[in-house]
Design a protein around this ligand. Structure first.
Ligand SMILES: Cc1cc2nc3c(=O)[nH]c(=O)nc-3n(C[C@H](O)[C@H](O)[C@H](O)COP(=O)(O)O)c2cc1C
Length: 233
């Protein structure tokens, strides 16, 4: 009887050890599939599956404001190597350099006001009217890319309306989207969920969000994140 209990105990330990190993190995090499079985949507993944990295493009939308001095004073721009950049533009440049990817700036046919107040009013009107702003630039060789970093500022607890135009324009089926955003405290709000809803046949990673007053010192954090998701060059 005692021998039977000991044998059953040893068997239970072996089964637990094998299960734990399989889970750890699954997390290490097949993140997307693991996420698909453990989460409600097959679109969610924590990082790029080993060995499947394709060519990446860093798409970004950014509107450097003309009032204020820098991010620490609440303005949405940063000076890097003497160049004035929007917050999201700066993060995009770090990602582009660290992953060896080309940058693509999402531009609208119309120009947004530079002043904070003007920008608030113009963008609120767009949201209220559910506008899809016309884009002035288009990705010519879209099918050359498998992975799209897509960066934007949080505007009104959402992604800016030009991002809706962008996701309407292209079919991301079979591609991987890696969102990133800069914000004043709301992180992504519901934007990642919105992207998953708009691009049901794409894998959409959880992405990276950075507060605007930390943008200037975010580089090491961005590199850590890129390493974690398997995208550091
Ligand atoms: C029109 C507008 C609306 C904004 N709405 C939000 C918001 O809802 N939540 C938030 O955290 N930050 C908000 N912000 C702050 C921006 O997300 C932040 O300043 C961002 O870093 C700007 O990025 P950019 O310089 O790349 O344009 C808003 C800024 C603007 C101009």
């Amino acid at each position: 009887m005692k021998k039977g209990i000991i044998t059953a105990g040893i068997l239970a330990i072996i089964v637990c050890a094998i299960t734990a190993y399989c889970r750890a190995d699954g997390n290490k090499t097949i993140s997307g599939e693991t996420a698909a079985t453990e989460s409600p949507s097959a679109q969610q993944a924590d990082y790029i599956t080993d060995g499947t990295q394709g060519k990446a493009l860093v798409v970004y939308f950014s509107v450097p404001e003309t009032d204020g001095v820098d991010t620490s004073s609440g303005a949405s721009r940063i000076v890097s190597d003497g160049k004035i950049m929007g917050n999201t533009q700066y993060i995009a440049s770090v990602i582009g350099e660290a992953t060896g990817s080309a940058l693509f700036e999402l531009k609208t046919a119309h120009t947004y006001p530079g002043s904070h107040k003007g920008l608030l009013d113009a963008t609120k009107a767009e949201i209220d009217n559910n506008v899809r702003p016309e884009l002035a630039a288009h990705i010519q060789n879209f099918n050359d890319y498998d992975i799209f970093f897509v960066g934007f500022p949080n505007w009104w607890y959402d992604m800016p309306m030009p991002l809706y135009s962008f996701f309407d324009e292209y079919d991301f089926g079979g591609k991987t989207i890696i969102p990133f955003c800069t914000h004043g405290g709301s992180r992504f709000s519901g934007a990642v969920k919105t992207i998953r809803n708009m691009e049901k046949d794409a894998i959409v990673l959880d992405g990276y969000a950075v507060a605007r007053d930390l943008v200037g010192e975010a580089r090491p954090d961005v590199l850590n994140w890129l390493e974690k998701i398997g995208m550091l060059k």
